[in-house]
Design a protein around this ligand. Structure first.
Ligand code: FES
Length: 180
């Protein structure tokens, strides 16, 4: 008996097709599995990062409103602007008292600038002017600038508290100035 070659080809062809068709779903499965695991790990990693972020809240750490600025003898007569950037205050010394002006315009809250040549504070926003004691005399500002609470500590240093502000009517109250 003779075996004919075409019969062998006919038998091999379905086997190859079967092998190909069985490996195709396996490849798809692998891809699918990889996708699922990538998603799972991505999800877990994101949650872990969120968990870590929880320990670093987006809080604004503001400086304490109470601080020391030195001794009365550190300030000469007139306006001292050295704490303007750090604490938003000016220290003013007159012949009989020392007080601290909170550097906020009473019109809409801008920070005025001290002009030594004109001997006044000038607000850059709408032009209000204040004399060296913070009393308004020009522009739209409705009242003088507020003063911060001041007192001397046990060592004689000036302690300023900008959480307690004194308005014009309270300028002669204890705490609104330090007598010299
Ligand atoms: S905010 Fe100062 S004049 Fe308007």
């Amino acid at each position: 008996m003779k075996t004919s070659p075409p019969a062998t080809i006919e038998r091999e062809a379905p086997a190859a097709e079967a092998a190909e068709s069985s490996s195709l779903p396996e490849t798809v499965n692998k891809l699918r599995r990889r996708l699922v695991w990538t998603s799972v790990w991505g999800f877990l990693a994101t949650n872990f990062l969120m968990f870590l972020r929880f320990f670093f809240p987006r809080a604004l750490f503001e400086p304490s409103p109470v601080f020391r600025i030195g001794y009365p003898s550190d300030f000469s007569l007139g306006v001292d602007t050295r704490f303007q950037d750090q604490y938003r205050i000016w220290v003013v010394r007159t012949t009989d008292r020392l007080f601290v002006i909170y550097a906020r315009c009473t019109h809409l809250g801008c920070t005025p600038l001290w002009s030594p040549s004109e001997n006044k504070f000038k607000c850059p926003c709408h032009g209000s002017g204040y004399d060296m004691e913070g009393i308004n005399f020009e522009g739209p500002a409705p009242r003088p600038m507020d003063r911060a609470k001041v007192e001397l500590d046990a060592e004689g240093q000036i302690v300023v508290d900008v959480s307690r502000l004194y308005t014009y009517k309270e300028f002669n109250e204890p705490g609104a100035y330090i007598p010299l």
